[in-house]
Design a protein around this ligand. Structure first.
Ligand code: FDA
Length: 307
């Protein structure tokens, strides 16, 4: 019930100012974001890998309309990838990139800028022995993102895709992308979408997830099952019995269900934790609060106690 208002509030500049004046180390923010610097991201990665997990790092930021900002994001990723390599972590840690953070939303030639920037990150990732996954944003960007993915995969076939089960189109997209070598992250979807393109009812989103999961798990690609939902994890476990060990992975967000992450890793499954970092954590945080409004209570308490 609170999901829509929270996602709408996330667009208010005043609310954003209030929320972001809270130091990142406080309360709910630090539960979801380990820090703002490359060093903090590398430290969190080292800890996770030390506990038998894999990692995908996201340098926070999205919807940039500033070319210099887009280029700065590319530099942040390339610095991070080199640092992961130098610390011997890049074998088990890749990066997740939002195309809107590297130029996709720029008014002129945004798609070309985003593709060129994604190529730079993909090449640096390859040099470090790892990969890139292109996050999926709101439905107005889906065609553009899948188009850029197709181009990028010509040179970097290891590039991961993300599909969102709440979109009505996604089952068909899963069929298109379930080919050999194709890494596909399946998630439910985190944006506020109209009924015309997305299922509004949570149960319909879950049922669609299962249909999509079946397509990916029966296909030739490498499914990356991104959910914290116990029912969906159990279904994946069942479907996974028909596949070779190591031919798919679970993915969960930093700070969410860490015991379940450890349990799956202990039973021999690959589990990758999505680790966001950087000072642009506002949009990410609001999506996490919208998923679980119970967190809002802790969050408001932290806001009040800063005074
Ligand atoms: P659901 O929301 O039904 O939650 C199931 C259970 O998980 C809850 O009952 C609770 O126990 C726990 N839980 C879930 N969210 C929580 C929270 N915020 N705090 C505490 N507990 C929580 N989306 C997108 O649109 N584009 C993308 O590129 C990505 N990428 C991505 C990567 C990875 C690795 C993950 C795990 C998720 C994404 N997402 C995403 C987000 C995704 O679309 C979705 O919004 C969240 O994963 C929440 O959905 P669940 O599948 O976890 O189910």
């Amino acid at each position: 019930m609170l999901r829509e208002p929270l996602l709408m509030l996330s667009r208010s500049a005043r609310v954003k100012h209030l929320v972001t004046s809270m130091p990142v180390s406080k309360g709910v923010v630090s539960r979801y974001v380990p820090g703002e610097s490359t060093e903090a991201a590398v430290d969190a990665t080292r800890d996770l890998i030390g506990s038998g997990l894999h990692v995908s790092l996201d340098f926070l930021g999205e919807d940039t309309l500033d070319r210099a900002q887009a280029d700065a994001t590319v530099t942040a990723y390339t610095d991070l990838l080199r640092s992961l390599f130098q610390h011997g972590l890049s074998r088990n840690a890749e990066v997740s990139v939002k195309l809107s953070a590297v130029g996709q939303a720029l008014p002129d030639a945004g798609e070309k800028v985003a593709l060129d920037n994604a190529r730079i990150i993909a090449q640096t990732a390859r040099n470090a022995g790892t990969t890139v996954t292109l996050d999926m944003e709101d439905h107005t960007t889906t065609d553009s993102t899948l188009g850029i993915l197709r181009e990028l995969r010509k040179d970097f076939p290891e590039t991961g895709a993300v599909l969102q089960s709440y979109l009505r189109r996604t089952e068909a997209d899963c069929r298109d992308l379930a080919y050999e070598g194709s890494r596909v992250r399946l998630c439910k979807g985190a944006y506020n979408e109209p009924e015309s393109v997305a299922f509004g009812d949570k149960h319909d989103v879950d049922k669609a997830y299962v249909r999509c999961l079946k397509v990916l798990m029966a296909g030739q690609g490498y499914p990356m099952v991104a959910t914290h939902d116990p029912k969906l994890v159990a279904i994946t476990d069942e479907l996974g019995k028909a596949r070779e060990k190591g031919s798919f992975e679970y993915q969960m967000l930093y700070g969410i269900r860490p015991l379940e992450q450890a349990r799956l890793a202990a039973q021999g499954d690959t589990v990758r934790v999505y680790v966001p970092y950087g000072d642009q954590w506002y949009g990410y945080l609001m999506r996490r609060l919208a998923e679980r409004p119970a967190n809002l209570v802790f969050f408001l308490r932290a806001l009040v106690s800063r005074r």
